[in-house]
Ligand binder design. Structure first.
Ligand SMILES: [Zn+2]
Length: 109
């Protein structure tokens, strides 16, 4: 049978899960704008040295730094996912703090 404490814990867990679900999609990394040349002959932008803007998503995978090209249409969603990822990390830090401070640690083995 569930105690009042368990019910309160379940309610707070439910609220946390809702908060986490609202943060999807998430990403961890950063966006960098670079400029690179294209393959067209006699390109004015390349000849002028301005070249072409290119957005790169940089992230770590298995300890290695990776960079991937981001299509312009994906910039908004990727920026939002990175912001969500930062918020998720903040929530995780708070959840760890709350777990350690939880009164349950006094009553359970
Ligand atoms: Zn060009």
């Amino acid at each position: 049978m569930k105690t009042k404490h368990d019910q309160a814990h379940d309610a707070s867990k439910g609220a946390s899960v809702k908060k986490l679900a609202a943060l999807w999609p998430v990403a961890k990394g950063s966006l960098t704008l670079t400029r690179s040349p294209c393959t067209r002959k006699n390109c004015r932008e390349c000849a002028s040295g301005r070249k072409h803007p290119k957005l790169i998503f940089t992230f770590r995978e298995g300890g290695r730094l990776r960079g991937m090209y981001v299509r312009p249409a994906h910039e908004g969603p990727v920026r939002k996912a990175i912001a969500n990822g930062r918020e998720l990390e903040r929530l995780m830090a708070g959840a760890g703090r709350d777990l350690v401070l939880s009164p349950r640690q006094d009553t359970e083995p």
